[in-house]
Structures are given as structure tokens and as C-alpha cells.
Design a protein around this ligand. Structure first.
Ligand code: NAI
Length: 385
């Protein structure tokens, strides 16, 4: 028990008793996160060898994605609204891996096995009960979301590459035809698996609003050590078949308002911005849309012609290219010179560093955070490769 003086000065930890116990265990394992991860997967595959085939052959790049997602969820156990959304997506997204309801207890048992070993210093029956309760809630939301999704959508889609357009030595625009209708909203993303790296999935934003011919397109940049992106840029050809997971993401246009859209697209981050512009055009909203398209050099502005063509057809659209080398500044700094932006909703798409500094720049110029949309930075870190 802290003394009254200690209690008065110690920072008050907020949260339910379970959340506090969960966070205490997480703090304990944080310095040895790598070991927890290795041990968790070792336990899972030794105790349940049948689950091994649901994961990629080489586990190095994404081995901690499942564990990280579960820990993120546990950490936010008190924030029911955000948590349920996140977990429903996660549950739906797990259908493409072949995950079934009966797999969840095995994962839970190994999660608790790994945590109790590495948080041994603070672990007790009460803490274990808190984790069991949290995991039960988490897995039930995921299982229910997957079951509901099963009634209305396939676990994955096959899609044939119909065009492959190499725009720069390392950026390709890839257009695919899904084998079944693929409903999504402009601004969303999906996960892609190539035939060359089975069970390795990467996220890519749709580069067009839904089209009447049902085709989907993606802008892919081959990044160092990026297996999926290198395969899509340098190996994929028309006729190849890839797999797509379900659509996800909330960087979509709110058609119930007529506020302007301030859009920042960095590098291939221009892809969903182009989709948003097409979406506004289709709705005939005629609301102002101001696009800032950032690139390192003018050679990297691989989609500027498309964007300028859109600008020519739509008087409400303005497109500005910001080239780091010429402007001597990065994309988020450029918006400060324009505006005012108080009647605008902001959309950020690009590398994680750009999203972070973009958020700061937008807040500085007075756009409240609930009017700023972007994909989750954690997802993006895993997305590019
Ligand atoms: N939905 C989304 O948010 C999407 C995100 N992406 C991500 O966008 C990235 C694109 O990569 P590249 O084309 O190589 O872009 P890049 O690294 O060449 O950057 C493009 C531009 O973004 C700005 N920028 C980059 N880092 C910044 C930082 N730390 N602070 C401020 N501004 C910064 C600069 O103006 C730069 O020219 C990938 O990481 C990809 O995963 C791609 C598509 C969609």
C-alpha cells in the first residue's frame, strides 16, 4: 500500500482493475518483447502443429503480427468502441488465413503461457484471470465478426492481373479483375497475397473509386527487402493470379457534409487520394478538393499526369505537386503556405513519417483531430513491403 504522501504524488493510473493488471503485465514483458514473441509461436506450433500451415513458411517478417494485434487489443480493453471496430476487422481479416473458431482457445492458452513465463515477477492468479477475461472478450468479438462475414462475403477473392504498367524503375500500377464482385469504398485498402510468397499478405490502397467494369487497381512501390512489393513490381505479369482479402479502412468521404477535402498524398500514397477525388466527382458534390502530391524528385511524381487530367475536368479540384528537392521542404510543411483550412476535412496518405508530421502540421493550423483521416500507422509500417 502506498503511504498517503506517495498516493498524493504518484501518477493516478486510470482504467478498470482488469486494464491495470493487463498493463502491468505488458510493462513487465515490454523489454523482452522479442523473446515473448518467439516463445509464443514456439508454444503454439509445438502444442498445435496443425496450426503451423496457417502461417507463412518464413516467419521473420510478420511473425509478431498476430501477437501484436492481440496485445494492442488487450491494452485497449476499456475502450470498447474502438476495440470492437478493430477486432471485428481483425476477425473478418483472419478468414483469409483459414482461421476457425476452434483455433482461438489454442492461441489464448499459448498467449497466457508466454506472458506468465516472461511476466513471472508480477504474475498471479488475479492477473491471469484478467487476461483470460480479456482474451475471451477479444476472441468472441473476432469469432462473431468472422461468422457474420461468412454469410455475406468470401474469405478471399482471386484476382487476375489484367494490366501491369511500370511507371518508374520501382513503381508499378497494377490492375486486376476479381473473380467475384468486390464491394469497397474509395479510400479503403485491402490485403494482397502473391503466388510467389504464399501466406504473406501486404496492404495496398485501392487507386480508383469502384468502377463499373469491376476492375481494381493498386500503385505498388518495390521497397528493399519487400517480398510482396518486389514480386508485384518486377515479377507479376498479366494473367498472373493473386489473392485479395476483404476491404478495410475508414479513410472514406463523408457524403453527408459539404466541407472541402484537403488531401496530402506522399509517393504511392497518392493512390487512395485519387480514389477519393473520383468518388467526389461521381457524387457530383462539387465541394472544393485540394490535393498536395509530394515526391522526392520530379521522376517520382509517377501519377501527376492523371492528377492534372482530373484537375482539368473538375473546376472544384486543385492539384499541387510538392517536390522535396525543389521546395526544400517536405509535403506537410507546404500546406501552411495555403489555406485557410478551417472548413476542410483532411486526408493523409503516405509513409508513416509523413502521416505523423502531417497530423502535427494539421493540428497546428487548427484542424481538429476528428476531422483528420488516415490509415493506422502500425498497419502502414507492415504495408509497404
Ligand atoms: N493509405 C495510405 O496511407 C497509403 C500509404 N502508402 C505508403 O506510402 C509510402 C510511399 O512510399 P514512397 O513512395 O517511397 O514515399 P517517399 O518516402 O518517397 O515519400 C513521399 C513524400 O512524402 C513526404 N515525406 C516522406 N517522409 C516524410 C516525413 N518523415 N515527414 C514529412 N514528410 C515526409 C515527402 O514529401 C516525400 O517526398 C509507403 O510507405 C506506403 O506504405 C502507400 C499507399 C497508401
Amino acid at each position: 500500500m502506498p503511504s498517503p504522501e506517495e498516493a498524493a504524488t504518484a501518477p493516478v493510473e486510470e482504467g478498470s482493475p482488469d486494464a491495470l493488471l493487463i498493463r502491468r503485465a505488458m510493462a513487465e514483458v515490454a523489454p523482452v518483447a522479442d523473446k515473448v514473441t518467439s516463445y509464443f509461436y514456439a508454444l503454439l506450433f509445438v502444442r498445435h502443429p496443425d496450426l503451423r500451415s496457417l502461417f507463412p513458411a518464413a516467419m521473420d517478417t510478420q511473425r509478431d503480427r498476430l501477437l501484436r494485434a492481440l496485445l494492442t487489443a488487450a491494452e485497449h480493453i476499456d475502450n470498447k468502441e474502438v476495440l470492437v471496430d478493430y477486432l471485428q476487422n481483425l476477425g473478418r481479416g483472419h478468414r483469409k488465413y483459414g482461421t476457425r473458431a476452434e483455433h482461438y482457445p489454442a492461441v489464448g492458452e499459448c498467449l497466457i503461457g508466454a506472458l506468465s513465463k516472461y511476466a513471472a515477477g508480477v504474475w498471479n492468479a488475479e492477473m491471469e484471470a484478467a487476461w483470460v477475461r480479456a482474451y475471451t472478450t477479444i476472441s468472441q468479438v473476432m469469432i462473431d465478426a468472422a461468422a457474420a462475414d461468412e454469410l455475406r462475403a468470401p474469405a478471399w477473392w482471386y484476382a487476375e492481373i489484367v494490366t501491369h504498367d511500370l511507371r518508374t524503375p520501382d513503381v508499378a500500377v497494377v490492375t486486376v479483375r476479381p473473380d467475384q464482385p468486390y464491394p469497397f469504398l474509395a479510400g479503403q485498402y485491402t490485403s494482397v497475397e502473391t503466388p510467389w510468397w504464399p501466406r504473406i499478405w501486404r496492404h495496398y490502397s485501392f487507386a480508383s473509386a469502384p468502377r463499373s467494369d469491376g476492375l481494381l487497381s493498386f500503385h505498388v512501390k518495390a521497397v528493399p527487402a519487400g517480398w510482396v512489393s518486389n514480386a508485384l513490381v518486377h515479377r507479376a505479369r498479366p494473367g498472373d493470379i493473386i489473392r485479395l482479402g476483404p476491404p478495410a479502412g475508414s479513410m472514406t468521404v463523408d457524403h453527408t457534409t459539404d466541407s472541402g477535402l484537403l488531401c496530402l498524398g506522399g509517393g504511392t500514397g497518392i493512390a487512395p487520394i485519387k480514389a477519393l477525388v473520383e468518388d467526389v466527382a461521381e457524387h457530383g458534390d462539387r465541394r472544393p478538393v485540394e490535393v498536395f502530391y509530394g515526391a522526392r524528385t520530379d521522376h517520382d511524381l509517377y501519377d501527376i499526369d492523371t492528377m492534372l487530367r482530373l484537375q482539368q475536368s473538375h473546376p472544384w479540384l486543385s492539384v499541387r505537386a510538392i517536390i522535396d528537392q525543389q521546395a526544400n521542404q517536405q509535403l506537410p510543411d507546404a500546406i501552411r503556405a495555403y489555406g485557410p483550412w478551417n472548413e476542410f476535412d483532411a486526408y493523409l496518405s503516405g509513409p508513416p513519417g509523413m502521416i505523423r508530421s502531417g497530423m502535427n502540421a494539421l493540428r497546428d493550423i487548427g484542424i481538429p483531430s476528428d476531422r483528420i483521416r488516415h490509415d493506422s500507422v502500425e498497419e502502414l509500417v507492415a504495408a509497404g513491403s
